[in-house]
Design a protein around this ligand. Structure first.
Ligand code: SF4
Length: 712
């Protein structure tokens, strides 16, 4: 039961898509394609009833006609995927994974998860990989999302939580620099926080190579060359120092490493930064003045600065700007990351990352291994060590080498569309000895599988999600999954049982959450004081929330932590650490053969690889296919007309899509959204050069040439 349940069967839950995790009410409606209609849930504080078009259309994804409703296995004779029963399908998967392990060892079996999986599923998947399969080879697509911000946050603050403050703090600050983020298209209900900021007299600076619909609302738009956000941040810090705006008291009391960071910034004088970024010096000065003028200010980053081969350093440079000006660890100030995927935050906390155990514990930490092994009832020595990062794992698939990964279990991800150098990744998936995919629809990746398991989705199952604020939320089951579908937890339970683990993989999400709480207890992301009931009653609970009582007379439970770092940072000495960073070039710079830059991103009506949203008619109508955005001057130079088919060519391949000529992009840059497969697949082009710390690929910048697609 839930406080909001009503006799008519309406259920309060959350959107299946992005990290805002907007609250919505689902009302039974036999006329609706999915059997439920969306109603407003005005009381939920994050979105106060507002939804974007994707959220409003979300029930359509529940329609039976769009779904997989029976398991599929590859027929050895015809090579086609054919329907089968669950017993046969699960037996095939268990044998595919176990057989590979027997022949080639545990690390020849890989697991690839997703940032959209509930906390319970992410937890169960990590446990399944490490206990049942005994493999170190597990990672997930969140590595492609915010891992650079996570790495930089850990380095600077000793803890990574997307926003260390609630969204509601944004209108109460004085200035926001929004770097490489376009909420007008990615999470429109979040725009109101920026609108309210400006209505309160605050200022908004948007950093983006494109004049997006978000940039249009800014007081100042800086459009740096893709891949140069690091230099831009260093240039701003240079001006902060030169103009005497460093908060010396804060720096002395609450930080370490300033001298080295300062030296790095002083090497980036404004004229040099203008040459590197293309942002004129007067605009830089204006931005520095706007940022320093109010007492409180924030820097918020998203995929723009993060999805670079120097993403960790780039985010570190923006954090440096906050620290030097005393804008961190104080109310209404600080650095935050706007996570992208629905459970981008929680998905990285509970053990589906290659290097981590639940509770943000490191696999290399003996105490962490002991704690988690204790919860799992095994010896710490039986837990494998860290594995490969997402792209490195995908790149190792199907390799006939001692360290090749020959069988893969894939959940909640569609790397054929969303991974960098996607044609290569597709080839690696095809080269596997065995591929099993759990999905709601027959995605481009599922089409390559030996076995496809049809699973339940958002409104058909209960589980927790952690939104971009670190607020743990409860997604609630509003209707039954179609007959023939099972939940991911049921799949893991069934596979574990077939592989000798009768116990330890419950199918009830509440039971899994209870174990997750114990596994996270004492860790950095401590959920031990969070219960489903509290989430429902309190509109979510912010972690860390240990299972301790306050010292108040009523012995109240821990209230959760909406704001982090106010007393001390989570580093051993309590001080935030400046990042010693210098600008460096992108992994691939333009040259005579590839003279332009490509940057990729999202459009309003589609979500990630589009596996769900491309199947929703009204979203597909709004955004039916890919395009190449280019500046009129570039179009004129190439002799290209609007709508004409263009081929964009990089060292990795060629993608074809119609031209969309617009003055809202730099003339040296073209943009493609990445939601589509086929000839217009943007990720055919992207560069898998990896950040040395976060292992994030360089999605946001690579060298390309553009030509008219004369050959169709
Ligand atoms: Fe869903 Fe995100 Fe749109 Fe909200 S902003 S309705 S969470 S897709």
């Amino acid at each position: 039961a839930h406080p909001s349940d009503d006799a008519g069967g309406a259920v309060d839950t959350h959107c299946p898509y992005c990290a805002l995790q907007c609250g919505m009410r689902l009302v039974p409606d036999p006329r609706a394609a999915g059997g439920v209609a969306v109603a407003e849930r005005a009381a939920f504080p994050v979105n106060r009833g507002a939804l974007c078009g994707k959220g409003r259309a979300a029930p359509e994804t529940l329609a039976r006609g769009l779904r997989l409703t029976e398991p599929l296995v590859r027929d050895p004779g015809s090579g086609a995927l054919v329907p089968t029963d669950w017993e046969t399908a699960l037996a095939r998967v268990a044998e595919g994974l176990a057989g590979t392990r027997r022949t080639h060892g545990a690390d020849a079996v890989g697991v690839f998860g997703g940032g959209g999986l509930t906390n319970e599923k992410a937890y169960a998947l990590g446990k399944f990989a490490r206990l049942v399969l005994g493999t170190s080879q597990i990672d997930y697509n969140g590595r492609f999302c915010m891992s650079s911000a996570a790495a930089a946050g850990n380095l600077a603050f000793g803890l990574d939580r997307g926003l260390p403050f609630p969204l509601a703090d944004i209108p109460r600050t004085g200035c926001v620099i929004l770097v490489g983020s376009n909420p007008a298209d990615t999470m429109p209900p979040a725009l109101r926080y920026l609108t309210e900021l400006r209505a309160n007299g605050g200022t908004l600076i948007v950093v983006d190579p494109r004049r997006t619909r978000t940039a249009e609302q800014a007081d100042l738009h800086l459009a740096p060359r893709p891949g140069t956000d690091l230099a831009l941040a260093l240039g701003l810090l240079h001006l902060v120092v030169a103009e005497g705006r460093v908060d010396e008291e804060f720096v002395a009391a609450r930080t370490s490493g300033w001298e080295e960071a300062r030296a790095g910034a002083m090497a980036h004088w404004p004229e040099l930064v203008e040459r590197v970024t293309g942002v004129p010096v007067p605009r830089l000065r204006e931005a520095a003045r706007m940022f320093c003028a109010p007492r409180e200010a924030m820097v918020l980053t998203a995929r723009g600065p993060e999805q670079q081969a120097k993403g960790t350093d780039t985010v570190g440079a923006w954090i440096n700007l906050c620290l030097a000006t005393g804008r961190a660890g104080r109310p209404f100030s600080g650095y935050g990351c706007l996570t992208g995927q629905g459970n981008g935050q929680g998905g990285r906390e509970h053990g589906q990352k290659a290097d981590q155990l639940p509770g943000y514990r490191m696999l290399t930490d003996p105490a962490a291994r002991e704690h988690v092994a204790g919860v799992w009832g095994v010896e710490p020595s039986t837990l494998p060590g860290p594995g490969r990062s997402a792209y490195e794992l995908l790149d190792a698939l199907g390799r006939d080498t001692p360290d090749g990964v020959r069988a893969l279990l894939l959940l909640g991800s569609n790397p054929v569309v969303s991974a960098p150098r996607a044609a290569h990744v597709e080839e690696r998936l095809r080269a596997l000895d065995f591929l099993a995919v759990c999905d709601v629809v027959l995605s481009e990746s599922a089409r390559l599988a030996d076995v496809v398991l049809p699973v339940a989705q958002w409104a058909e199952e209960t589980g927790t999600m952690t939104n971009l604020e670190g607020r743990v939320l409860l997604r609630r089951r509003a209707l039954d999954p179609p007959p023939g579908c099972r939940t991911d937890l049921e799949v893991l339970h069934g596979l574990a049982a077939r592989l000798g683990w009768e116990k330890g993989f419950p199918t009830d999400p509440a039971e899994v959450f209870d174990e997750l709480r114990r596994a996270s207890a004492g860790g950095k992301a401590d959920y031990s004081g969070i219960t489903y009931r509290r989430i429902a009653e309190e509109d979510g609970v912010f972690w860390p929330c240990p299972e301790t009582r306050t010292e108040t007379p009523d012995d109240a439970p821990h209230p959760g932590t909406p704001r982090l770092f106010l007393e001390r940072f989570a580093t051993p000495d309590g001080r935030a650490r400046f990042a010693p960073v210098l600008h460096r070039a992108a992994a691939e710079e333009p040259d005579a053969e590839y003279p332009l830059l490509l940057t990729t991103g999202r459009v309003l009506a589609q979500y990630q690889s589009g596996a769900q949203t491309r199947r929703v008619a009204r979203l597909n109508e709004a955004a039916p296919g890919p395009f190449v955005q280019l500046h009129p001057r570039l179009a004129a130079r190439l002799g290209v007309a609007d709508g004409e088919r263009l081929a964009v060519v990089s060292r990795r391949g060629r993608a074809v899509a119609p031209a969309r000529i617009s003055p809202d992009i730099r003339p040296d840059t073209v943009f493609m959204p990445f939601h589509w497969p086929g000839e217009g697949r943007a990720n055919t082009l992207t560069n898998p050069a990896l950040d040395p710390t976060s292992r994030m690929p360089e999605f946001k910048v690579c060298a390309v040439r553009v030509e008219r697609a004369v050959n169709g």
